[in-house]
Design a binder for this molecule. Structure first.
Ligand code: PLP
Length: 825
């Protein structure tokens, strides 16, 4: 479905500058995601930190002709002779209005889903239940924000018979806009939990905001057993159909009579609208899946799905894999694994993710894709679109696997293309053996069994992994940015292998989110990042005297903390004929570690800097000794005063701007008034609030699996030196992680614990080098089950507290042999 530019201008009430015929098919809010310039309408959004207007020249050069702006460029007719500018008061509101007008054109059922958890699962399962009968348009991944919702709704087209959209809010005032865009005929509230509570005065307040989605819906769906939700809904004076579910009250529309778990399945017995008793089973047993299935059943029945079809499709529900995983593969390959339902919109997002990640020169991009189901398009057209998308996203090699895609793969315009009927055929082909030094996106519908390809391609080392959640890291970045003025710059500390999380992937993500500087400890770390395609400015905190050449060759900016270092650096730069090389001056205001003395050294420092032109001070900084504790507030104030004075003196001696910075993570939070020009974010990025010793958004989860279970009678011992004498007959699990992986030996002998299927299991006996033993007596578990050492459910701060240390040490102690796996929702 396309709109003429003329119609678009009318729909959003814009004043138009430029009069070129044009058709709009794609909406763009992030210049980096551009794919089809000719049909794209770019919205120049303004946020606290960024202004989309900045990207207009670049986008115009890349072929974009249509822009929604608040400020029309001064010489638009001369500078952009072929462009149309639509001027509005707010580009975000224009985007939302356009989606809303688009929504108005559809007289079909639209399901809007909100709630703290389960939105995506309910959306995907409803899609699985309904899509055999009708073409469904739904939010791709979890596009549920003020920007994501309009972009999702825009995807509806002539074929759409049902829309399913998520509405996510994080603060007051957001839901009304989302409701107006979605205009749900059926509005669903999954539940109310703790997420984003910091922005609401109470749980009720958050619930009230969420139920704004219910206004004007024909049918509302919620949990009648939740008192708070029922009360808040009661306040609404809502007169439409209440389709509640309950396990207690048989007068509601969806009465759940019983829930029975058996083996790996759960059977739900229900009575819908006072009719016959019916049942369905799902192949899951966890609480969340069961509740979400009940929501889906209620909505599907309301949409007219028959009880038999419901039963049959429920039994075949597939798990919803939300995550894009990045893993190191064999032969120099990187694997991006996306097992999220394969449709073309989700494919577009995954390709964009791959395309936006910088990479070493020379590694080409490969897409391995299965047949796409339920696209509502003829296969010929569908796979032509897929081929186009792949070409635009820089894919070099397309490998199509499945009876349909294999027939069309040959027509793609990617330089290399192959088709295989099955995964087996592919695995035994020479194309499989030839995968080398490539970035590979694997995207396959579940029934094709792409897991097998992943298994063969991923380097198998040992079953212990550190899972790193890149979304959570970005949320933490934004959390700390929210304390700062929009113009304050940010250094992200990725020293010590990004506090253990792995500096390459972390740097790629930070670069994509436009941080100003990255900082590492030594030159080699910086050079390695350059090799992996990182172009951000990089500061070297501990420049070695032997590594100046590496720094010059890789544009790495050293910290300078002493006269000896300064002289050596200047000499080395002069020898290379370098002038104006940026350096960062460190002042010691109380740590007594490294740095110039703010009173005694400044005259000489300024004098020396003035009498050479090899290096120039780019920034000047100092470090708080105790910003994480109020006990040191007086000392911090003294430190700041000394720094303030010394750094001003340095600035006054030079014409150019010298960035001044002092705040670290805790400082950003505790002393936002001391943010100066720039802040240095470290531990907070990785999710630890060092002031309260709590987790903001957890980033890293250290996981392993049970290798072996054994029954050990009371009075026997476990492990070296006969330490762990058992007081009762016990079940002991051996797990493949030891002190050589960074599991501190002091956690042994029941001082620490891990989580086995969510339950505390103490370490028994001494922790060995590569293996540890835990007591799982009374815990339902099997060999192969997953074990959490720390992470989402067991905060790393629990371990550091037991060990009497700080979370920094636990995080940075995870050794290199532990595989890092990155994912993003
Ligand atoms: C590591 C480091 C930081 C970051 O400190 P956090 O407490 O992790 O935020 C800031 N500045 C300097 C000089 C550092 O070495």
């Amino acid at each position: 479905m396309t709109y003429t530019i003329e119609k678009t201008a009318t729909l959003i009430g814009a004043r138009r500058y430029g009069c070129h015929e044009s058709k709009i098919g794609f909406l763009l809010t992030d210049s980096r995601s551009l794919c089809f310039p000719e049909e794209t309408l770019f919205f120049a959004l303004k946020s606290r930190r960024n202004d989309g207007h900045r990207y207009i020249p670049e986008l115009y050069r890349r072929g974009v002709r249509n822009f929604v702006v608040t400020d029309v460029p001064a010489n638009y007719a001369a500078d952009y002779p072929a462009a149309n500018f639509l001027r509005v008061v707010s580009a975000l509101e224009a985007l939302q209005r356009l989606a809303e007008r688009h929504r108005d054109a559809f007289d079909i059922p639209i399901v809007g889903i909100t709630g703290s958890n389960g939105k995506t699962m309910v959306k995907e399962w409803l899609h699985q239940l309904m899509s055999p009968d009708m073409y469904v348009t739904r939010s791709p991944r979890s596009y549920n924000s003020q920007i994501g919702v309009p972009l999702s709704v825009w995807l509806m087209n002539e074929r759409t018979r049902l829309g399913i959209f998520e509405a996510g809010i994080s603060q007051k005032g957001e839901m009304a806009a989302l409701r107006d865009i979605i205009q749900p005929t059926i509005a669903v509230l999954t539940n109310i939990g703790a997420a984003h509570q910091e922005n609401f005065e109470s749980m009720e307040a958050k619930c009230r905001e969420k139920v704004l989605l219910f206004h004007d819906a024909d049918t509302i769906v919620y949990n009648a057993d939740d008192r708070m939700i029922s009360e808040v809904v009661g306040e609404l004076a809502y007169t439409g159909e209440k389709l509640c579910w309950s396990t207690r009250d048989n007068s509601v529309s969806m009465y759940v009579k019983s829930i029975a778990k058996e083996g790996n399945a759960t059977t739900v017995t229900y009575i819908y609208k006072g009719g016959e008793e019916n049942k369905y089973s799902i192949p899951f047993i966890d609480e969340a899946s069961v509740t979400n299935s009940i929501v889906c059943a209620a909505v599907a029945l309301r949409l007219g799905l028959g009880v038999d079809a419901l039963k049959e499709r429920m039994s075949r529900l597939e798990p919803v894999a939300m995550r894009l995983e990045v893993k190191e593969g064999r032969h120099g390959c990187t694997l991006i694994n996306d097992s999220y339902n394969s449709d073309i919109n989700a494919l577009g997002i995954a390709l964009d993710f791959m395309n936006r990640r910088p990479d070493h020169k020379g590694r080409s991009r490969t897409l391995i894709l299965s047949d796409i189901f339920q696209s509502g398009e003829e296969p010929e057209k569908l796979y032509e679109n897929v081929g186009d998308l792949a070409v635009k996203r820089g894919v070099h090699k397309l490998i199509g696997i499945g009876p349909t895609i294999s027939r069309y793969a040959a027509r793609a315009r990617t330089p290399e293309k192959y088709g295989f009927a099955t995964v087996e055929d592919f695995i035994h082909s020479k194309e499989f053996k030839n995968l080398r030094d490539e970035v590979i996106l694997l995207k396959g519908a579940r029934q094709f069994g792409f897991d097998k390809i992943t298994e063969l391609l991923v380097q198998k080392v040992h079953e212990t992994v550190l899972e790193v959640n890149l979304n959570a890291m970005v949320d933490n970045l934004n959390h700390y940015r929210s304390f700062l003025r929009p113009e304050t710059k940010m250094v992200c500390m990725i020293k010590a292998n990004a506090y253990g999380a792995g500096s390459v992937e972390i740097a790629k993500t930070l670069q994509d989110h436009r941080v100003d500087y990255l900082a590492v400890a030594v030159a080699d770390e910086g050079a390695m990042l350059r090799g992996k395609g990182i172009t951000n400015s990089i500061i070297i905190m501990n420049p070695e005297f032997s590594a100046f050449k590496t720094m010059f060759d890789n544009d790495l900016e050293p910290e300078v903390y002493s006269f000896r270092l300064l002289s050596a650096l200047v000499k080395a730069a002069e020898k290379e004929g370098i002038t104006g090389y940026p350096v960062h001056i460190k002042i010691d205001t109380g740590m007594n570690r490294l740095g110039f003395n703010p009173e005694r050294d400044m005259d000489e420092l300024i004098d020396r800097l003035k009498h050479q032109d090899a290096v120039i001070p780019r920034s000047v900084f100092s470090h708080f000794v105790g910003s994480d504790s109020n006990d040191f507030d007086n000392f911090s104030a003294e430190q700041f005063a000394r720094f303030d004075k010394a750094s001003q003196r340095l600035q006054e001696a030079f014409e150019h701007k010298i960035l001044r910075h002092m705040d670290n993570s805790a400082g950003i939070e505790h002393f936002p008034d001391r943010q100066l020009d720039m802040c240095r974010l470290g531990i907070g990025l990785y999710g630890v609030d060092s002031r309260t010793n709590t987790i903001i958004n957890n980033v890293s989860t250290l996981k392993t699996t049970i290798l072996q279970l054994r029954h050990v009678p009371a009075s026997q011992t476990v492990g070296y030196s006969r330490k762990g004498t058992l007081e009762r007959d016990s079940v002991i699990a051996a797990i493949p992680i030891g002190y050589a992986d960074g599991l501190n030996r002091r956690l042994g002998n029941r001082r620490g614990y891990c989580l086995v299927n969510g339950q505390k299991a103490e370490y028994v006996g001494n922790i060995c080098m590569d293996v540890a033993m835990v007591d799982v007596t009374g815990i339902a578990c099997a060999e192969g089950d997953s074990v959490e050492i720390f992470g989402d459910h067991l905060p790393v701060t629990v371990l550091s507290d037991i060990l009497g240390t700080i979370p920094y040490e636990v995080l940075t102690g995870i050794s290199n042999r532990v595989k890092r796996v990155y994912f993003q929702d």
